[in-house]
Design a protein around this ligand. Structure first.
Ligand code: HEM
Length: 323
C-alpha cells in the first residue's frame, strides 16, 4: 500500500468506523403499503423512473451511483440531495466526487412531486433514491429485487465527509475494502457492486493519470492509446467516455471481462485482480450466467441498510430540509 493510502486509512478509519458502527434502523419491504400510508408509492416512483430512463439510460446509471454516494455518507438519508443553505453551507452535492458528475437529481425531484400529490408528507427522499436505483437496475439489467424501506431524511450534509467516506478511482484494493468494511459491507459486496461500472460514463479527469505521461502498465496498452484519443492531454473540456465500451447501457457481467482484459477505466477496477479472493470472485461473476445479477441485487439491499445518522424527517422537497 502506498504512503498516501496508508495515511488515508489510518486517519479516516476511526471516523468512518464510528459512522459504520451506528445501528441499522428497522426497514421493511413494502413499508408504505404495510403502514397504509402510501400504498402506491413504489409504483409511482417506478413510473417516473421508467419515463426518464427509457429516454436517457445514462440517468439510470446516475441513480444507481447516487444511491451509493448517498448511503456511504451519513447512511442512506438523502443527504446527497441537499442544496447549499445557511444550515448546510458546504453540502455533499458540491464535493468533488459529486460535482459535476452526479446526475439524476431531476428524476428524484419529479418522483417526489408525483408522490407528494397522492400522499403528502409521508414518503422520504431517501426511500425514493433507493426505489429509483432498484428500478434503474431493472430497466438496465433486468435485475429484480425488493428493497426494504422506511428511511428518514437527514438534516445535515457536509461536503468534507464525502472524500473521507467514498473510494476514489486511484485507491488500491486495501483502501477500497476498508471503506466498504467501515459501512458494514463485505469483500463480496465490493466485487458485486463494482459491476455497476458496466453502465454509464466517466469523465476523462477520473482516469487520465493512467494515460499520461505514460500508459499505466496495469492497463491494456492498446486500450490506453484508444483512451488517449478520447481524452487528449490538456483538453479544454473534461470529456466523457462510457464505462463499458462493449455494452454501455446494459447492467451486466461484461464489466468483469473488461477488468480481466485490463480494460477497466480505473486503477480501483484493476485492483480487484490483486488478491486471490477478489480475483476468484471476479472470475466467477465473469463466467457464471446469472451470478452477478443475483449478487448485485443482494449487495444493493445490503448497501441500503446503512443507517442514517441523527434525527430524521420526511422532507417536503428533496433539495432542502424542512423549516
Ligand atoms: C469500488 C469503488 C468505486 C470507485 C473508486 C468508483 C469511482 C467512480 C468514478 C470515478 C466514476 C466516474 C465519475 C465521473 O468522472 O463521471 C464512477 C462512475 C460510476 N459509478 Fe463508481 N466507483 C466505485 C464503486 C461504485 C459502486 C459501489 C457503484 C454502485 C453500486 C458505482 C456506480 C457507478 C456508476 C453507475 C457510474 C456511472 C455514473 C454515470 O454515468 O453517471 N460505483 N465511479
Amino acid at each position: 500500500m502506498g504512503a498516501r493510502n496508508t495515511f488515508q486509512v489510518l486517519v479516516f478509519l476511526p471516523f468512518i468506523l464510528l459512522f459504520g458502527a451506528m445501528s441499522t434502523t428497522s426497514l421493511e419491504v413494502g413499508y408504505y403499503k404495510c403502514k397504509q400510508t402510501c400504498p402506491q408509492a413504489e409504483d409511482i416512483v417506478k413510473g417516473v423512473v421508467f419515463k426518464h430512463v427509457s429516454k436517457e439510460p445514462g440517468l439510470g446509471a446516475g441513480l444507481i451511483r447516487m444511491f451509493f454516494h448517498d448511503c456511504f455518507v451519513r447512511g442512506c438519508d438523502a443527504s446527497v440531495l441537499l442544496n447549499k443553505s445557511e444550515l448546510n453551507p458546504n453540502p455533499e452535492k458540491l464535493a468533488v466526487p459529486n460535482n459535476p458528475s452526479l446526475r439524476g437529481f431531476e428524476v428524484i425531484d419529479d418522483a417526489k412531486s408525483a408522490v407528494e400529490q397522492v400522499c403528502p408528507g409521508v414518503v422520504s427522499c431517501a426511500d425514493i433514491i433507493a426505489f429509483a436505483a432498484r428500478d434503474a437496475a431493472f430497466i438496465l439489467g433486468q435485475i429484480s429485487y425488493e428493497i426494504p424501506s422506511g428511511r428518514l431524511d437527514g438534516r445535515v450534509s457536509n461536503g468534507d465527509e464525502v472524500l473521507k467516506a467514498l473510494p476514489a478511482p486511484f485507491h488500491n484494493l486495501t483502501v477500497v475494502k476498508a471503506l466498504f468494511a467501515a459501512q458494514g459491507l463485505s469483500t463480496d459486496d465490493v466485487v458485486a457492486l463494482s459491476g455497476a461500472h458496466s453502465i454509464g460514463r466517466s469523465h476523462c479527469s477520473s482516469f487520465t493519470n493512467r494515460l499520461y505521461p505514460t500508459i499505466d502498465t496495469t492497463m491494456d496498452e492498446g486500450f490506453g492509446y484508444f483512451l488517449r484519443g478520447q481524452c487528449p492531454q490538456n483538453a479544454m473540456v473534461d470529456g466523457v467516455v462510457p464505462q463499458d465500451f462493449i455494452t454501455p447501457n446494459k447492467l451486466d457481467k461484461q464489466y468483469y471481462q473488461n477488468v480481466a482484459d485490463l480494460k477497466g477505466l480505473f486503477f480501483s477496477d484493476w485492483s480487484l485482480l490483486t488478491s486471490s479472493e477478489t480475483a476468484s470472485l471476479l472470475n466467477d461473476f465473469r463466467t457464471t450466467p446469472g451470478l452477478f445479477e443475483a449478487k448485485f441485487a443482494e449487495s444493493m439491499v445490503n448497501m441500503g441498510n446503512i443507517a442514517g445518522l441523527g434525527q430524521g424527517e420526511i422532507r417536503r422537497i428533496c433539495s432542502a430540509v424542512n423549516y
